[in-house]
Design a protein around this ligand. Sequence first.
Ligand SMILES: Nc1ncnc2c1ncn2[C@@H]1O[C@H](COP(=O)(O)OP(=O)(O)OP(=O)(O)O)[C@@H](O)[C@H]1O
Length: 256
Amino acid sequence: MTDRARALTLQQVDFAYPGEAPILQDASLSLAQGDFHCLVGRSGCGKTTLLKIAAGLLRPTAGCVRIGDTILDGPSRQIGFVFQTPSLLDWRSVLDNVLLPISLHRSVTATDRARAMDLLALVGIDAHAQRYPCQMSGGQQSRVSLARALVTEPPFLLMDEPFAAVDAITREDLQNDLLRLTRAQGTTVLFVTHDIAEAVYLASHVSVMQSGRITRSLAIDVPERASGDSRYHPQAIRQCEEIKAALAPALGTVTP
Ligand SMILES: Nc1ncnc2c1ncn2[C@@H]1O[C@H](COP(=O)(O)OP(=O)(O)OP(=O)(O)O)[C@@H](O)[C@H]1O
C-alpha cells in the first residue's frame, strides 16, 4: 500500500443523530501515513461521534471520510478500533480474545497463533495467554485489547480513551507499549483523550474540538520523543499549555 493510500481524511463532516440538533459541523481532519493524531476536547463535544464516523460506524449527514482516494461507506477491515472499556469476551481465553478478529473471518492458523503470542509478549502478558479476562487486572485487559486491535496489522487504528480507566503508572506503560507497537507496524492512529499531557506525549499532531468543530490543530515537536522523560520536557509543558488555552479561550489565559 502506498503512503497516499494510507492517508485518512475527514472532509467537512456534519452529523446529527436522528431528530437531534447537529453534533458535528464542518469537521475536517487529515492524517498522513504513520501520523499519531490525538483529538482532545471537553466531555460531550463530539469526539466519540467523530471517531465512529472515521471508523465507518456512523454515516456523516454531509461531507465524507476517505482512505486514500476512496470514500468510506461502512466499516472497513483496514481500520482497527479500541474502545474505552476493553470489551473482551469472558468465555474466551486471552489468546482467543486476541485472535477474535481473525476467527470471525476464517480459520486460525499456527502462524496467527504465533503472531498473537508475539503481540502478547510485546505487551508483557504472554505468560497469561491461557487465562480468562476475569483473571486479569484492568491494565492487563487493556493490553489484551491493544493486542487484539493490532493482530490483523490494520493500517489504521482508532482509539477512544482506551487508557482512561487505569492508574497513572500503568497508563504510562500502556502509552509506551502503544507507541512501540504502532511505530513498528507504521500504523496511522486517531486517538481520543481528555488528557492533554497524554496527547502531547503520544501525538505527532493534536486537534482541539469544541462544540462539534475542530478549532485548532498543531504539530507536536518535543525533542527526545523515544525516552520516557520527554513527558516533562519544557517544550512538552509549553505545548500542553498551548492546548489548554485553545480549549478554554474564554478564561483568557492565552489566546492563540
Ligand atoms: N446515540 C445517540 N443519540 C443521540 N445523541 C447522542 C448519541 N450519542 C451521543 N449523543 C450526544 O452527542 C453529543 C456528543 O457525544 P460524544 O459521545 O460524541 O461526545 P464526547 O466528546 O466523546 O464525550 P465524552 O468525552 O464525554 O466521551 C452529546 O451531547 C451526546 O449526548
